[in-house]
Design a protein around this ligand. Structure first.
Ligand code: COA
Length: 532
């Protein structure tokens, strides 16, 4: 065994201060998560209940196996926008009849469950996850369709939702729609494009156009039931495969559908794994409040991997990036973790080599971010930092093993890319409340802007107003800082959620389990040209 040693002084002032700072951030995060849970608020929740209906998360709770976890994704979607936190849609991974499924549920308490631009992003991300990991999709539908005032943002790109459903089906990934209420216009294509459709007596309303629209279009008088009720679809149109008498019955039938899917994981679940030797609770006290102070990522690794057992690769070379092999809930993983923040040429080359090794051996990769980016300056440019960084980015881009990214601290500049940032398609990406991500740090960015403005004034022979410059710098700094924070980034769907550091092992374990539903196969070659 190669169990990591820990130098974390859990009685010391640094640990106490880091822990306090992290707990503050977690409290703020809890308050935002509570907004997502509250959905459309008391009034609409009470009205929904009075109609005898279950809330979106209650439907999910009944759908998944008793006492099994539900990994909710992007609960902060739409944070910082004009729309309700959560984006009127709940998405996540849950186990139904022993099968890991991607579940989505409209929240009808938020503007009738209508889809706004953030709902669309969240739904498309859910489809992407289902496709990459071969997870059956269960859609719990009750939605007013497109959020009409923002239709220009969603109508055209929104077609991808229905396209995805049929592409999933074509790839042999099952899709199940359970319609709890409205599913009109485009929404009708959710049951329409799904492999299996369940509808509920006197509840489901599935039609291309409701009675008023039909009256406008053709003059025909009609009613909800004859146009799109469950009875009609089960007996006459044939769109409903299953007729349920109430919500609980519909959920029971959805569970039976999944039980009969014969959906098998590509890789069997590993045997019960040993927990880390160190207490994951201590993850709260590792990241400093000020990200300029470095921390040893081995302290994090020691608290997330099985038995705290880690075989480090090239520990003496490129020491600002820690690389090595471990198991996480029994799954083999290769870990790349930033140690000193900056990535130099040696770190980049080491990363490229390590990523190739993981691909040769079909081992998923975990990226633990705390980087300020690739090193700048004459010495480093002359030493080929661009080509070496490019080498790492090439390896990350063309690697075929699943990637998991966790933003623990800084994730700035091209370092975010090299460490498999969002644009590099990690299967899942989560942030800790301590994370920050932007093109560069706020002070640096404000400083660069100021230098550029000063030079521009000088070139025009104009005087430079130093007082105005100081004010502007402060303003820019504050703006960039707020735009670097995890809630802001999560609101824009740049991650799959902000998590409590203590949950990292559990969350990554759930993701690895979901990932192994699809075959895990690395790239044998197939990388771009590596500049040497
Ligand atoms: N876009 C924007 N806002 C919508 C909306 C939509 N598609 N659907 C509902 N809302 C709003 C309502 O205006 C209402 O706002 P308010 O409470 O501030 O007045 C709120 O959401 C709740 O709607 P309400 O009609 O009271 O809820 P309900 O549960 O009784 O009915 C629907 C829900 C979806 C059946 C009904 O709102 C509806 O028919 N909406 C339009 C559906 C449609 O034609 N969509 C176009 C599809 S492309």
């Amino acid at each position: 065994m190669t169990v990591l040693a820990s130098a974390l002084d859990t009685g010391g002032p640094d640990y106490t201060a880091h822990r306090a700072a992290m707990l503050d951030k977690l409290a703020a995060l809890d308050a935002e998560h509570a907004k997502a849970l509250a959905g459309g608020g008391e009034k609409y929740t009470a009205r929904h209940r009075k109609r005898g209906k279950l809330l979106a998360r209650e439907r999910i709770e009944l759908l998944v196996d008793p006492d099994s976890p539900f990994l909710e994704l992007s609960p902060l979607a739409a944070w910082g926008s004009d729309y309700t936190v959560g984006a009127s849609l709940v998405t996540g991974i849950g186990v139904v009849e022993g099968v890991e499924c991607l579940i989505t549920a409209n929240d009808p308490t938020v503007r009738g469950g209508a889809s706004n631009p953030w709902t669309l992003k969240k739904a498309l991300r859910a489809n992407e996850i289902a496709y990459a990991n071969r997870l059956p999709v269960i859609s719990l539908v009750e939605s007013g369709g497109a959020d009409l005032p923002s239709q220009k943002e969603i109508f055209i790109p929104g077609g991808a939702l229905f396209r995805d459903l049929t592409r999933l089906s074509a790839a042999g990934i099952p899709t199940v729609a359970v319609v709890f209420g409205n599913s009109t216009a485009g929404g009708a294509y959710v049951p329409g494009m799904s492999d299996h459709a369940v509808m509920i007596r006197e509840r489901s309303k599935v039609f291309l156009g409701g009675p008023p629209l039909v009256k406008m279009a053709t003059g025909e008088e009609s009613d909800d039931e004859s146009l799109g009720g469950a009875e009609m679809h089960a007996r006459t149109s044939g769109l409903a495969d299953h007729y349920a008498v109430d919500e609980a019955d519909a959920i029971r039938q959805a569970r039976r559908i999944v039980a009969r899917l014969n959906h098998r994981k590509a890789h069997p679940d590993p045997a019960q794994a040993e927990p880390p030797t160190y207490d994951p609770e201590e993850l709260l006290g590792i990241v400093p409040g000020d990200l300029k102070t470095p921390f040893d990522p081995r302290e994090v690794i020691a608290r997330i991997v099985d038995g705290s057992d880690f075989d480090e690769f090239k520990p003496l070379y490129g020491t600002s990036l820690t690389t090595g092999w471990a198991r996480l809930h029994g799954y083999p993983v290769g870990i790349l973790a930033n140690a000193q923040g900056v990535l130099f040429s040696a770190e980049s080359q080491k990363a490229a080599q390590f990523i190739q090794l993981a691909n040769q051996r079909d081992i998923p990769l975990v990226f633990l971010h705390n980087t300020t980016g690739y090193m700048v300056g004459k010495e480093y440019e002359q030493g080929g930092i661009i080509k070496h960084g490019a080498m790492m980015i090439n390896a990350v881009s063309n690697s075929k093993v699943p990637h998991l990214s966790v933003l623990m601290g800084a994730s700035y500049g091209a370092g975010h890319y090299g460490m498999c940032g969002r644009a590099y398609d990690p299967r899942f990406l989560f942030a800790w409340p301590s994370a920050k991500s932007a093109v560069m740090g706020p002070q640096q960015l404000a400083g660069v802007l100021s230098i550029v403005a000063r030079a521009s004034a000088a070139a025009k022979g104009q005087p430079y107003d130093d007082e105005a410059d100081a004010g502007l710098r402060a303003l820019v700094e504050a703006q960039i800082e707020s735009e670097s924070l995890p809630m802001f980034l999560s609101g824009r769907l740049y991650d799959d959620g902000v998590i409590d550091p203590r949950d990292t092992r559990t969350v990554l374990g759930l993701c690895l389990s979901a990932i192994h539903t699809a075959p895990v196969e690395g790239a044998r070659g197939g990388f771009g040209v590596f500049r040497m």
